[in-house]
Design a protein around this ligand. Structure first.
Ligand SMILES: Cc1cc2nc3c(=O)[nH]c(=O)nc-3n(C[C@H](O)[C@H](O)[C@H](O)COP(=O)(O)OP(=O)(O)OC[C@H]3O[C@@H](n4cnc5c(N)ncnc54)[C@H](O)[C@@H]3O)c2cc1C
Length: 485
């Protein structure tokens, strides 16, 4: 696999250069079978179509591209609407100091030791620093992902947004994308949507607050000017790690009072993702029948993720931080320059609200899904849980095929969506932790890559058969007596 040097990348220290050489070596030694096996199809524009278009250049998109390249699927393209290095949440709305996952969880490296975060960290900061390290700084994780991309030779077309997907001739998909200056159509046999937490919807604003102006109520994923909150009274909705991170940012910026409103009577402090982190669950959850998949994921996703102690402590050290348990917002209205929030146990007046209530599934929210949003099958379309396991919220999750492909609500209406593969948080109901989780990458990405190569191989069966029949490369030369003589 070639190493593409990026001219804009920072200088490589001696140790990093040595590590990159090790990566090249490791990849060269594990290249087998290295024979090319795909032939580009021709798009309606007369040019070769991509085998796979990967949308999203975050950790999932990069790891998928890496997995495909190792499978000799090299006619691929990764695009991301963000600028180089700005992919994913790490340098924008991720507002924690460190990752929450333990430092030894491997991820995009796909089990190649020289590509792990640990190897990069040791090369960059020394083995001793790694030993002393508690949790990975999020800026370092972002830097590591950029290095991973360079070391594996994956190029990403940044500043390129997917706007629309439609079917095209020759069993291709047509992706309309907007770049710096132009809108163009890319043709691909398959598209992977590695578009992050909000891939199939958006970050949620609870219903009672939706009518309020964006100058007063924002999502945790928005670009928030925390310095402007100095001296202000504010509320954060939600009690997950993201809600706490946003409350901490406001407190650290000098907010007068920060109220964190938790719907439940008691906050959730268990982290179910720690329990499920074992190979059996991560690898084989997707092999379970619908009843078991629903039972597990409903229990896990209804519980929601807990947060670690430092996340709580970062807020609790401020005397002007107020935690309100059992406080769902029942109604909200503007009163002059403030917002009045009504909860079962009282009323609060605040200047500003940040919603950290997680993401919700709503296919229609995403422009790139609009051509087929109405025909994406959901769990509610495919499975009716017992009465005590119902969850309308989770019923909205897409019901994916065993290769992460979208499936049709009504068969035959949009059959081409079977070539759109979703690797994002919304894949979780079908696959357990998979997209949007460092935790699961080492098992989930190979499964996705396997599904993609299986589809590409099967679709080309006739060509492979003809190629086999035409194969006439002799391995040995047998001298024959000259019979005519
Ligand atoms: C605040 C926060 C903290 C987290 N902390 C942890 C943690 O500590 N440990 C852990 O295991 N997980 C954590 N996660 C979960 C998960 O690891 C991250 O969400 C991670 O970023 C997922 O990677 P991804 O590549 O799937 O998505 P992303 O990193 O979000 O990348 C998706 C990319 O798709 C691009 N994109 C989206 N739509 C389009 C489009 N239409 N066209 C082109 N490009 C598009 C985006 O610009 C983005 O760069 C955290 C998540 C969040 C939100």
């Amino acid at each position: 696999m070639p190493l593409e040097q990026n001219p804009q990348s920072p200088d490589i220290s001696g140790d990093l250069a040595a590590l990159e050489s090790q990566v090249r070596d490791d990849l060269a030694k594990t290249l087998h079978p290295s024979a090319p096996w795909l032939e580009p199809k021709t798009g309606p524009d007369g040019r070769p179509a991509l085998d796979v278009l990967i949308v999203g250049g975050g950790q999932s998109g990069l790891a998928t591209a890496f997995g495909l390249k190792r499978s000799q699927v090299i006619n691929i393209l990764v695009i991301d609407k963000a600028g180089e290095g700005k992919e994913g949440p790490w340098l924008s709305y991720a507002r924690m100091h460190t990752l929450r996952s333990p430092k030894d969880y491997t991820g995009p490296d796909l089990d190649v030791p020289s590509l792990t975060y640990q190897s990069w960290h040791e090369a960059r900061f020394g083995k001793e620093d790694w030993q002393k390290l508690n949790l990975i700084l999020r800026e370092r994780w972002a830097e590591y992902l950029l290095w991973f991309r360079r070391a594996t030779g994956i190029s990403v077309r940044n500043g390129c947004e997917l706007l629309e997907i439609a079917p095209a001739a020759n069993e291709l998909l047509a992706a309309t994308v907007a770049g710096d200056s132009a809108i163009e159509t890319l043709y691909a046999r398959k598209i992977v949507l590695a578009t992050g937490q909000e891939a199939m919807g958006n970050w949620a604003i609870p219903e009672p607050l939706r009518h309020l102006p964006p100058t007063r109520v924002v999502r945790a994923s928005d670009d928030i000017d925390f310095t402007a909150l100095s001296g202000k009274t504010m509320a954060v909705i939600g009690a997950g790690a993201t809600a706490f991170d946003n409350a901490a940012m406001a407190l650290e910026a000098g907010a007068a009072e920060v109220h964190l409103l938790c719907r439940r009577s008691e906050m959730q402090v268990i982290q179910p993702y720690r329990w499920l982190t074992f190979r059996g669950f991560l690898r084989h959850f997707c092999d379970l029948d619908d009843a078991w998949r629903w039972r597990f994921m409903r229990a896990i996703l209804e519980l929601r993720e807990g947060f670690p102690q430092p996340t709580y402590d970062r807020c609790a050290r401020f005397p002007n931080f107020h935690l309100h348990e059992g406080s769902p917002v029942e109604s909200a209205r503007e009163t002059g320059a403030q917002i009045e929030l009504r909860m079962p146990r009282g009323t609060l007046r605040v200047d500003f609200v940040i919603s950290g209530a997680g993401t919700e599934i709503d296919f229609a929210e995403r422009r790139e899904l609009k051509n087929f949003a109405g025909n994406i099958a959901t769990w509610a379309d495919r499975y009716q849980p017992p009465h005590d396991e119902r969850s309308p919220r989770l019923g909205l999750y897409p019901y994916l095929a065993d290769d992460y492909a979208l499936t049709e609500r009504v068969a035959g209406v949009t059959p081409w969506i079977g070539n759109i593969h979703l690797f994002a948080f919304a894949s979780t109901m079908s696959f357990g932790p998979s997209g949007s989780s460092i935790n699961a990458m080492t098992t989930a990405i190979p499964k996705l890559v396997h599904g993609l190569t299986r589809g590409l191989f099967r679709a080309d069966l006739e060509r492979h058969w003809n190629s086999f029949k035409a194969y006439d490369v002799a391995q040995a030369v047998i001298p024959r007596p000259d019979r005519a003589g």
